[in-house]
Design a protein around this ligand. Structure first.
Ligand SMILES: O=C(O)CCC(=O)C(=O)O
Length: 267
């Protein structure tokens, strides 16, 4: 970890773990909120350096997709070792998530997404109604992502879940940030959302590095390609209430404790 430790020099600025009443009201009513400075510069440095080290390795597993010299996506972040798994349990993050979920929480998944001119994408309006499961329930479509089964929920099972997109780079208008449709989290719109809301622009939930875009996964969101030359790395962390029930299956058995207990160090 020497390369990583070298990036820890210098204390970061102060971080935010307390949610204000206005932030909670926005999250409850609109289904999303951006909270700045959840990670300080030291934590950002550790995470970026760890990803650099992973990119330099040549022993990938099926959870990693590469392109343009980068890791473009990595599923199953909770299964990794070191900072990129520990951030899911990192106290500043867990504290924010527990306040928004208003319950003890468990990890339900984690994906790294690195958008760049050489591995660029856009996606129309959609909810995230899939969840990593122990086994896909009988009769549900086969869907394996990064080697892990995913069940696409049909009802409002994920209504109390909270996703948290930690920005390692700017994610805004030109850099492939996330657009959201406020208030759309109160239904599970499935695949018809793309056509149905095609005329809606929505609201850009722009993020600075270190911020967390926290949202209900059923909130409709979309994204555009980056038009910059820079990378846009997002750690998309997924959580649910500890008492989450799924029909005919269980949440994937991630190694972290349930309910999730916070840790104070990334290294
Ligand atoms: O990161 C992006 O550009 C979009 C990702 C997205 O829509 C999703 O994770 O569901």
């Amino acid at each position: 970890m020497d390369g990583v430790a070298a990036h820890v020099a210098g204390l970061g600025e102060s971080t935010t773990s307390e949610i204000t009443p206005a932030q909670l009201e926005q999250f409850t009513g609109e289904g999303y909120v951006v909270i700045d400075n959840v990670l300080d510069n030291a934590a950002l440095g550790i995470l970026r350096a760890t990803l650099d080290e992973l990119e330099a390795r040549d022993n990938d597993d099926e959870s990693i997709v590469r392109g343009g010299g980068h890791i473009v996506t990595m599923h199953g972040l909770p299964l990794q070792t070191g900072p990129i798994a520990q951030v899911l349990q990192y106290r500043p993050v867990v504290k924010v998530l527990e306040q928004l979920a208003d319950a003890p929480i468990q990890i339900t998944g984690g994906v790294l997404l690195d958008k760049h001119p050489e591995h660029n994408w856009d996606i129309g309006w959609h909810p995230d109604n899939g969840i990593y499961v122990h086994a896909i329930p009988e009769g549900a479509p086969e869907d394996i992502r990064g080697g892990i089964p995913v069940y696409s929920t049909l009802e409002m099972e994920l209504a109390r879940n909270v996703s948290c997109r930690l920005a390692l780079d700017p994610a805004g208008l030109d850099s492939g940030g996330l657009w959201v449709l406020p208030g759309s989290h109160l239904q599970n719109y499935h695949a018809d959302a793309k056509q149905r809301f095609a005329d809606e622009t929505g609201v850009l939930a722009a993020q600075a590095p270190g911020s967390a875009l926290c949202f209900r996964p059923l909130l409709l969101h979309r994204t555009e390609k980056t038009t910059t030359t820079a990378r846009r790395r997002i750690m998309h962390l997924q959580y649910g209430p500890n008492d989450l029930i799924l029909p005919g299956t269980e949440v994937y058995h991630w190694p972290q404790p349930r309910p999730l207990s916070p840790i104070d160090e990334l290294l």
